[in-house]
Design a protein around this ligand. Structure first.
Ligand SMILES: *Cc1c(COP(=O)(O)O)cnc(C)c1O
Length: 373
């Protein structure tokens, strides 16, 4: 891959594959890796390719556009859209064998019509809202599913729900959701409607709610080596897959009283050696890290000083010996004994690691590596 600015995200497929095996150690169920949002910013094509080598045949994305991008590259995998798709695009889904989630009767009717027209069977998964309050059949679930089961051309392959608090320390609400889900399943079975695949578990539930694993699990964040919670899961040893790196553009020394950046929010209290890095908020390197973050240079921490610009960031390297222009700076990842995680960045920005990795923009090239431990 060719790029001319020394800013890149390294994607370690070795770590990804090891993380997948760690997921498998938590469950005997099938696993549908979630690769929405370009695999949480890691690059969905590379991630799917690597996980196929681990024997994965089914993947989940959030929107039809993402599904079609994968379909072009991978004709033989099962692709599910775990999010809403408008009924008018049913023919596209049936044609390309994309599995939708269905949470409205009119979606099922449109799929059924598309299946009939194309002389195909449309696979679908029913989405049930057991307490997330987002998308899914709720009180009307049983009657609606009964109707859907009567429509021609459909295969109700799956039924699923999403847990609102699987990352918590109190799992009472998770149990309530699972009870509703199981009750509905029993009602359906009693009515002669059997749906072979049930699923409910995201990463957090894979780790701490075994009774939610059913036939299929939906891990996202742990595959990328990040944990959805801080109170448990560390012992599994998930490894971050993404590192963010750059190189110093320029070094300069400013005097005491001189300032750095827009608005002069940093004023030197001592002669300060400033390193400029060619990355900014247009790369998804968050502006809220201004005067509020660090990068690793030569294994040491350099504080971000002044405001982060659209394309550049300044750091204080006064206390690091032997720094040169062109030296590598690690924004996310390991350097020497130290490590900056997406979680550390997220904490400083008041958000979660998910938003940091999937927020890296397409201006940042993803460079694939495959590291052994
Ligand atoms: C994003 C998502 C997941 C994966 O969640 P993680 O916390 O990243 O494991 C699973 N299921 C649904 C419905 C999702 O939207």
């Amino acid at each position: 891959m060719e790029f001319f600015r020394p800013v890149w995200a390294e994607i370690d497929l070795g770590a990804l594959k090891r993380n997948f095996r760690r997921v498998k150690s938590f469950t005997k169920s099938d696993v549908m890796p979630i690769v929405k949002a370009d695999a949480y910013g890691h690059g969905a094509i590379a991630v799917v390719r690597a996980l196929r080598e681990e024997g994965v045949t089914r993947f989940g994305v959030a929107i039809l556009d993402e599904a079609l991008e994968l379909r072009k590259e991978f004709p033989d995998i099962a692709i599910m859209v775990i999010g809403p798709t408008l009924p008018e695009y049913s023919e596209i889904m049936v044609r390309d064998d994309i599995i939708p989630e269905v949470f409205q009767l009119r979606q099922a009717e449109a799929l059924s019509a598309a299946a009939e027209k194309l002389h195909k069977t449309a696979r679908l998964h029913i989405k049930v809202d057991t307490g997330m309050g987002r998308i899914g059949f709720r009180d009307n679930a049983f009657e609606a599913i009964q109707k859907i089961a009567g429509l021609p051309g459909l295969f109700l392959e799956g039924i699923y729900t999403h847990l609102a608090t699987a990352d918590g320390t109190d799992l009472t609400y998770v149990s309530k959701q699972l009870t509703l889900f199981n009750t509905l399943r029993d009602q359906l079975r009693a009515a002669g409607i059997t749906i072979p695949i049930r699923h409910a578990a995201n990463s957090a539930a894979i780790i701490q709610v075994p009774e939610s694993h059913f036939e299929l699990c939906r891990p996202g964040i742990i595959l990328y080596g990040l944990l959805p919670m801080t109170h448990t899961g560390q012992e599994a040893g998930f490894e971050p897959v993404l590192s963010l790196k750059t190189r110093i553009s320029q070094l300069k020394t400013i005097r005491k009283g001189e300032s750095v950046g827009y608005g002069r929010t940093f004023v030197a209290e001592r002669p300060t050696q400033v390193a400029t890095l060619p990355i900014g908020y247009a790369d998804g390197w968050r502006r809220s890290l201004s005067n509020n973050g660090e990068v690793l240079i030569k294994g040491k921490r350099a504080a971000i000083i002044g405001r982060i610009c659209m394309d550049q960031t300044m750091v204080d390297v006064t206390d690091i010996r032997g720094v040169d222009e062109g030296d590598e700076a690690i924004l996310i990842g390991d350097c020497g004994e130290d490590r900056i995680t997406a979680d550390e960045i997220a904490g400083r920005c008041g958000t979660i690691s998910y938003e940091i990795t999937c927020g890296l923009t397409k201006r940042v090239p993803r460079v694939i590596v495959d590291n052994d431990i």
